[in-house]
Design a protein around this ligand. Structure first.
Ligand code: GLA
Length: 367
């Protein structure tokens, strides 16, 4: 029997580079998604075909636990298969066809969408706790693909809510549904670049955060991650930290607090406040965390100069990919036109734009 499963991409509204510091994030799942269609096979093999790349690969299911990474798209699939097998699930011989509308390298989490949809396809209806599914896919990414990422992308791909954002507590691994104000549109704008630096810089940031924790423990021994540090504690230790470490930690500490303020701003329907927090977050990522890039800064600076734009910031890991923008519905046509024109005039590239509608997390789809 053929079965199909869908897992969404995401755009993170606020709480950037806080997940691996066990803090808070506020993503929405997108209607851009990855669909994996699985058909049982009789030849003992797992076969994967990806429409986007028009590439296929196959392995004997018995060799899956023994494979090593090959540093291409298949690592996501094998990484997930290995984690499923390790956790005691059966991965049966089958052909999986993958169709994704999440643009790759865009910071909209095409990899988590691929991991979660193929995990569900390989499970083929075997019951799994949703949190275990998210954690297993995160482990595949950390241990097989080799990116020390946090839990946000896989978590929201599983738990995303139609019509709402979710505020994830990355320590307790629980979430609250957050209703967004009605009178605002969310746009993701793709800078169409992904700078090489991304992966090594991500790892370096995780190491710098660990170094900050170690230094802060001299004054506050109970601190085990930057999640435990608030702005008051930070101001007491700041002068004892080396400059780069201080700026990295300041980003994480203030960004965590911005998530709480953003949620309060949603409850109050205060769009100007939400916009301010977006811009503060971007500047903090630009100057303190240093994960933005020229194209993202250009998109943010262009956006906030347009009437009816409340705020803009880079979203995701950085070094390219997308910005996320809060725009008054009456200004959206003008926003799309102006941003496209300005970016094209400067970079000779047309940025892709996505009007983001918060969607549900992963599920099977009727075939
Ligand atoms: C990438 C990672 C996430 C998160 C973001 C930054 O998308 O996969 O876990 O760390 O960067 O917020």
């Amino acid at each position: 029997m053929t079965r199909a499963f869908r897992a969404p991409g995401r755009v993170n509204l606020i709480g950037e580079h806080t997940d691996y510091n066990l803090g808070f994030v506020l993503p929405i799942a997108l209607d851009l998604s990855c669909v994996a269609i699985a058909t049982p096979a009789a030849d003992g093999r797992l076969r994967i075909y990806t429409e986007v790349l028009d590439k296929s690969a196959d392995w004997l299911v018995t060799e899956l636990p023994h494979r090593s990474p090959t540093h291409d798209w298949t690592d996501y699939v094998i990484g997930v298969a290995r984690e499923l097998i390790r956790a005691g699930y059966a991965v049966d011989p089958q052909s999986i066809r993958i169709h994704s509308t999440v643009p790759t390298g865009s910071g909209l989490s095409s990899s988590a969408a691929l991991e979660v949809s193929t995990a569900l396809a390989m499970l083929g209806g075997q019951a799994i706790e949703p949190l275990q599914l998210a954690q297993l896919c995160q482990r595949a990414e950390r241990e097989f693909v080799g990116v020390p990422s946090g839990i946000m992308d896989q978590y929201v791909a599983v738990f995303g809510q139609e019509g709402s954002a979710i505020e994830i507590d990355c320590r307790s691994l629980t979430h609250e549904v957050v209703t967004l104000p009605q009178e605002v549109e969310i746009f993701a704008v793709n800078s169409m670049v992904k700078h090489q630096l991304g992966q090594s810089a991500y790892r370096e940031r995780t190491e710098q955060c660990a170094a900050a924790v170690e230094a802060i423990q001299a004054r506050y021994p109970a601190v085990s991650s930057l999640r435990d540090v608030d702005t008051r504690m930070f101001s007491e230790v700041a002068s004892s930290l080396p400059d780069t470490i201080r700026r990295r930690a300041r980003h994480v500490v203030t960004e965590n607090e911005r998530v709480g303020k953003f949620v309060a701003g949603c409850q109050a329907g205060d769009l100007n406040k939400l916009g301010e927090l977006f811009l503060e977050s971007h500047r903090s990522l630009q100057f303190d965390y240093e994960v933005s890039c020229e194209e993202l800064d250009f998109l943010v600076d262009s956006a906030i100069a347009i009437d009816g734009v409340y705020g803009a910031r880079m979203t995701g890991g950085g070094f390219g990919g997308c910005t996320v923008n809060l725009v008054a519905p009456s200004a959206s046509a003008m926003f799309e036109r102006e941003i496209a024109n300005k970016f094209h005039t400067w970079y000779s590239v047309r940025p892709q734009m996505y009007r983001c509608h918060p969607s549900a997390g992963a599920s099977d789809i009727p075939t």
